[in-house]
Design a protein around this ligand. Structure first.
Ligand code: MN
Length: 244
C-alpha cells in the first residue's frame, strides 16, 4: 500500500542559548505516522517559490496548533491575552491553505489550524473568547493545562462527514485555546459546536478532504475516534495520490 507524504506545519522556538529552532510537538508526528502517513515537517522562513517546491511533494497537509494569528490580519480587536504571534508563520500557512484549497489536496487543521484556515478563507476570530463571547465556557489555554483533560463536550452535526469519522454526534473533548471562530469564512461549513455555541469543527464542502477541529486529537490517541481523524486525512491523501 502506498504511503502518502503528509506535511506538518512548524513553529519557532529558542533553545536555552537563544538559538532559533523550528519545531513542533511530537504528538502530531506520532499521530500521522500511526495513521499510516509519512510526516514531514515544513520549515518556516522559506521564500514562496521554495515553499511551493516543498508543497509539490506533499499528498496532504496538517495545520498544527501554536500561537495566535495576528489580529490585524482579520481586523480583530487587540487583547492583552494575544500571544505567540509570528507573521512569517501566518504567511507560510495562509499560502499552503490556499494551495490546498485551489489544488484540491487533503488538509486537516487542529486548534490554531482551524483558526488559520478560517482567516485564510475570509473569516474572523475572537481574539479572546472569555472577554468577547457572552456566556463562554472555560476553554483553558494555559500551557500547563493537562492535555487529556476533557472540559467540555461538542455536538457534531448528524449525517456529516465528521460524525461518520468519529462514529458519534456527542463527545467530550480537550480544550487548549483562548481564541476561536467569530465569523465563519463563507466557503466553510460548521460541523461541531461547544455548548456555549462556539464552532469547534468545520469542513470545506466540495473539497476531497478539508476538515479542521478546535480541540487536540493528537493528545487523545488512546481513543479510537481521535485516531480516526488522522486516518481520515491519511486515507484521503492516499486516494488523491493514487488518482494523480
Ligand atoms: Mn474548546
Amino acid at each position: 500500500m502506498s504511503i502518502p507524504v503528509i506535511g506538518v506545519t512548524t513553529s519557532r522556538a529558542q533553545n536555552k542559548a537563544g538559538h532559533a529552532y523550528l519545531m513542533n510537538m511530537e504528538a502530531y508526528i506520532e499521530s500521522v505516522s500511526r495513521a499510516g502517513g509519512a510526516p514531514v515537517m515544513i520549515p518556516l522562513g522559506l521564500p514562496d517559490e521554495q515553499l511551493d517546491a516543498v508543497w509539490q511533494h506533499l499528498d496532504g497537509i496538517l495545520f498544527t496548533g501554536g500561537g495566535d494569528v495576528d489580529p490585524q490580519v482579520y481586523g480583530g480587536e487587540p487583547h492583552p491575552a494575544v500571544g505567540g504571534v509570528d507573521a512569517d508563520r501566518d504567511r507560510v500557512e495562509f499560502l499552503l491553505i490556499r494551495r490546498a484549497v485551489a489544488e484540491r489536496r487533503p488538509f486537516f487543521g487542529i486548534c490554531r489550524g482551524i483558526q488559520t484556515i478560517n482567516v485564510a478563507l475570509g473569516g474572523t476570530l475572537y481574539s479572546d473568547i472569555s472577554t468577547q463571547l457572552p456566556n463562554a465556557l472555560p476553554h483553558p489555554h494555559d500551557p500547563f493545562t493537562e492535555r487529556k483533560l476533557l472540559p467540555h463536550t461538542v455536538r457534531v452535526e448528524a449525517d456529516s462527514c465528521l460524525a461518520e469519522v468519529l462514529g458519534s454526534t456527542q463527545l467530550p473533548v480537550n480544550s487548549l485555546h483562548h481564541q476561536g471562530i467569530r465569523r465563519l469564512a463563507e466557503p466553510l461549513r460548521p460541523l461541531a459546536y461547544a455548548p456555549d455555541g462556539l464552532i469547534e469543527a468545520v469542513t470545506l464542502p466540495g473539497h476531497p478532504f478539508g476538515l479542521a477541529v478546535q480541540w487536540h486529537p493528537e493528545w487523545l490517541q488512546e481513543q479510537a475516534p481521535m485516531r480516526a481523524l488522522f486516518c481520515a486525512l491519511v486515507d484521503a491523501a492516499r486516494k488523491e495520490k493514487n488518482a494523480s
